[in-house]
Write a protein that binds this ligand. Structure first.
Ligand SMILES: C[S@@+](CC[C@H](N)C(=O)[O-])C[C@H]1O[C@@H](n2cnc3c(N)ncnc32)[C@H](O)[C@@H]1O
Length: 307
């Protein structure tokens, strides 16, 4: 299943790749952004392509094989960026791209259990070797914990009702279709959203929890900021407000430097700004891109430059 990469021109225009530069695609997926980068700057020094999904690494390494040994593939989480770079003997990078969330290949593969539209096991792991999948997450959490998870990561107002329904029918819920049905039944019909499946927010919440996505994002962004050399750029594409809030908050904190209380007359922390925020407002896809690719409608790109 083809994945259409989002905001490709905007990422390249902001990343400004230079000959001999060292770059990281932290979420290589199908290799769309990586390919565009390699085609835009054929003189690139090295491109480290990371994905925690072994299928994505197999797919992208086959797709990008023509670019040779300058492109290196790592089947790891971007939370391990520090180790990945150390093992590759890289001290500083010139740019990094994060394109968060799941790829079309993951979403459209029923056996991965990401989609409420396709029947498959209740899995949702990006890293198929990880211990926790959606079925055992549901079993491990009590009703309150499950409701909190659905509320926090799905921003779902019917989280309590949904959690209670899921826990009451837990033994019968083994597939994505079972879960989608139980969630739909938990939400009063008059409150079913018009444009999305009623279980969309619950599926998002469980996926975020299974993959520990928000914690991973914070760790990955921090490692990226540390790894960037002076004038190196970080481009982050997010797809929902929880991710975007983390990106925005971390960029602001790095740009501000000092973390002293506002009423302290003189800085005591000694922290200095680490980045300049390039995108005062998030960059959004244009209308034509959204018409061609529905997944682009919620995409936001934020860019920071290391000082
Ligand atoms: C939207 S897709 C990327 C698509 C890619 N930019 C392209 O153009 O083909 C997101 C990818 O990020 C990967 N991913 C998500 N979280 C990750 C993490 N913590 N570490 C490494 N890869 C991750 C997913 O497995 C998925 O393949």
């Amino acid at each position: 299943m083809e994945h259409i990469s989002v905001l490709v021109d905007e990422v390249l225009a902001n990343l400004r790749p230079v000959p001999g530069g060292v770059y990281v695609d932290a979420t290589v997926g199908h290799g769309g952004h990586a390919r565009a980068l390699l085609e835009r700057e054929p003189g690139i020094g090295r491109l480290i392509c990371i994905d925690q999904d072994s299928d994505a690494i197999a797919r992208s390494s086959a797709a990008l094989s023509a670019f040779g040994s300058r492109v290196v593939f790592c089947n790891q989480s971007f939370t391990e960026l520090r180790d990945i770079l150390r093992q590759a003997g890289i001290h500083a990078i010139d740019g990094i791209v994060f394109d968060l969330g799941v790829s079309t290949g993951q979403l459209k593969d029923p056996s991965r259990g990401f989609s409420m539209y396709l029947e498959g096991p209740l899995d949702m792991r990006m890293n198929a070797g990880a211990a926790l999948h959606a079925k055992n997450l549901i079993e491990q959490l009590d009703t309150d914990e499950l409701a909190d998870t659905i509320y926090r990561y799905g921003e779902e107002r019917f989280s309590r009702r949904i959690a209670a329904h899921i826990k009451a029918r837990q033994a019968d819920i083994t597939t994505t279709a079972d879960l989608a049905l139980v969630v739909s039944e938990a939400i009063p019909a008059r409150h079913h959203p018009r444009s999305i499946h009623p279980a969309t927010k619950t599926f998002q919440a469980l996926r975020i929890a299974v993959n520990n996505e928000l914690q991973a994002l914070e760790t990955g962004l921090q490692a990226a900021c540390d790894a960037l050399g002076s004038a190196g750029r970080m481009c982050v594409i997010s797809f929902h407000s929880l991710e975007d809030r983390i990106v925005k908050t971390m960029f602001k904190r790095w740009a501000a430097g000092c973390v002293c209380p506002r009423d302290l007359p003189v800085c005591a922390c000694g922290c200095t700004p680490r980045v300049r925020i390039v995108t005062a407002r998030a960059v959004r896809p244009c209308g034509a891109e959204i018409s061609a690719n529905a997944r682009a409608r919620s995409a936001k790109l934020r860019v920071a430059e290391k000082l």
